[in-house]
Design a protein around this ligand. Sequence first.
Ligand SMILES: [Zn+2]
Length: 246
Amino acid sequence: MPPYKEQGIVLRSIKLGEADKIVSILTQGSGKVRGVAKGIRKTTSRFGGRLEPFTHVNLMLYRGRGALDTITQAEIIAPHRNIRDDLSLFAAGETMLEAVDKVSEEHERNVRLALLLLSGFRALDAKPADPAAVTESFLLKLLSLSGFHPALTACAVCGSRDVRLWSAGLGGAVCPACADHDAAAVSPDVLALLAHLATTELSHAGLVLEVDERTRRRSRSLLFGFVEYHLERRMKSVPMLVRTAL
Ligand SMILES: [Zn+2]
């Protein structure tokens, strides 16, 4: 098999044997790829710190027979180092990584997902005032990309503008007539905040917002509940983000 080139973002890595690591990378052309980086844990490794999480890299790989490829070269396009140096940026970035790791498929091309993650990390690396808001905006965009955009301005079921309740199972905001037993009251302020975060550019999402803390917490909790419901698996870094953001 000939080698192939890719560019992508390092999601995570796990130790393998004495000196190697398996590195999981979201690439632009080949979806999620898992590759062995041989000798990466030796001090003399030619990989150095090039395959750390959050790093945007150019790669040379060999396709393996099984699930694992072999990474032979890596060079950094952008290290996004600020994300690793600050706890609130790190927590925000981890939540993005975790969510993308869940929704991406191995060797299934998804350019929009790779570009979304890159925009997310660029926005965090610029040290926004409110990193958690960048992640919330990112999650709303990820939901849309995955086909689960929540209804925010009209009832998810009938399209009525009289949206006063929220139901993750029904698809977001709902009117009183369509609400199910699980639906909870939601204020216009909360829906407006979510709609703002859904549409704003990631590079602007981290500006300090003129909203009260109660609205902020409520919108975050509805969003995380919605993400959990629709991505169907608990995201273990969400509690960490909530802790550092509050
Ligand atoms: Zn309705």
